[in-house]
Design a protein around this ligand. Sequence first.
Ligand code: ATP
Ligand code: MG
Length: 336
Amino acid sequence: MTKKKRLLTGDRPTGALHLGHFVGSLQNRVRLQYEYDTFIMIADAQAITDNYDNVGRIAAHVYELVCDYVSVGIDPAVSHIFIQSMIPELFEMTAYFMNLVTIQRIGHNPTVKLETKQKGFREGVPAGFYLYPMFQVSDILAFKADVVPVGYDQAPMVELTRDVAKKFNATYKTELLVIPEAIFPVSLQTNLLGLDRNKMSKSLNNAIYLKDTRDEIVQKVRKMPSDPDRVDYHAPGSPEKVLVFDYLRIFDPDQEGLDALVDQYRKGGVMDKTVKERLIEVLDALLVPIREKRASVAEDRKRVESILREGTKAAREVAGDTLAEIKEVMGLVFPL
Ligand code: ATP
Ligand code: MG
């Protein structure tokens, strides 16, 4: 039997998962989990790099993420869900890998630059935050992941990981580390935009969450801006300026019906309310089964704990084996 290839991906436990995660990463994970040996990391240590003064909130969201995963169809019988901070081997690896990257390279990461601006750190940028891509390097390399399904904001991190793996292999004359490939979302060309047109993010308060109630969806969709240049609904409109249409393009199962609505909107005579009602129905239909499944997982805390316990045990074994191999090829072995 040929060995399955391995998949590694993860999320920061900074909040509940949202529609961006659904199309950006969760759909790929659900699709690939039976084909690949799948590890899903809850990146609590990474989340603390910009939440060091609110660790309790991060820890609480670890459990929430497990509920979100199971509710969208991640199957804990095959996908190992684990907690980053419980795998100390990852941090030791980071120490070795940091020697293979320059500070200048770290400073050029466009995602970190943008996030640094958005977060507006008042006391300067925490060193841990500045270096968080190096944690990701270890997370991916420790598992010898062949593929990493992520959103577009993660492209620089996977690129960095590939470079570190190549440099490690070349420096220590080995083929130990696997050069990973990023897998980007099939149904998106960029990250899903949030209600404020920045990337939909847990930390920016601009998201529609998978656990949102129908009422919450209604409130959020009604507030979405329409075409700013259209005086009233009789006038021709520009659907490309309207985020509601972007969401429909991604989530509406009836794309032909949507084409007709887009044409009509362009000519004039379609009320924004009609378009919004359509989006509310589409999102609610998508989220009803997810919400129901989530509720049943959330009330079974013992099951959530056991998923994390099993997943973390499996992950620690793999990371431990890789660390031992890393030290061996580096020559850091002392038979004392
Ligand atoms: P935070 O604001 O705490 O950074 P986040 O919403 O950006 O949270 P992450 O946990 O950082 O979520 O990202 C987890 C995964 O989801 C990554 O692979 C990321 O690329 C993907 N992802 C996050 N937001 C989006 C989005 N808006 N569209 C597509 N993919 C996304
Ligand atoms: Mg993020």
